[in-house]
Write a new protein. Structure first.
Length: 135
């Protein structure tokens, strides 16, 4: 899938059981999940993968794309939905977006920790749109 070309370490699994076992053994950053795994249903595996590794980004790929399956996949925890055929550039873009999102989440966590350290006891959480624009 061209993932090795951008420096990713790739593990593949031919069955739902093999994929789940691999995810339980290894903390992967990203999983590419085909909706049709031979005779098995990739959509049924999606929530199991998400439960096993909530922080893992799951990208659903399929040659049988529909709006209904895209919506269902996102509701079940997929971060992206790619219809086949896709290009190496699309895969690279998805991986880069996931990496950027992870970096942003880490930066936010660092900043929240810094604020908590500098301003102990002050909770600046708000749902006010005006306050959110300031924060």
């Amino acid at each position: 899938m061209c993932l090795e070309a951008i420096g990713c370490v790739v593990t593949s699994a031919a069955t739902s059981e093999a994929a789940l076992a691999a995810v339980e053994r290894t903390a992967f950053e990203v999983a590419f999940l085909d909706l049709r795994l031979g005779t098995q249903d990739g959509m049924a595996l999606l929530p199991r993968l998400h439960a096993a590794r909530p922080a893992m980004a799951i990208v659903v790929i399929t040659a049988h794309a529909t709006i209904d399956t895209a919506v269902e996949a996102i509701k079940l925890g997929a971060i992206e939905y790619l219809p086949k055929p896709f290009t190496p550039a699309q895969i690279r873009n998805v991986v880069e977006q996931i990496a950027a999102r992870r970096a942003t989440e880490a930066r936010i966590a660092d900043l929240e920790a810094l604020v908590a350290e500098e301003l102990p006891g002050i909770d600046i959480a708000t749902t006010s749109p005006r306050m959110l624009s300031v924060l």
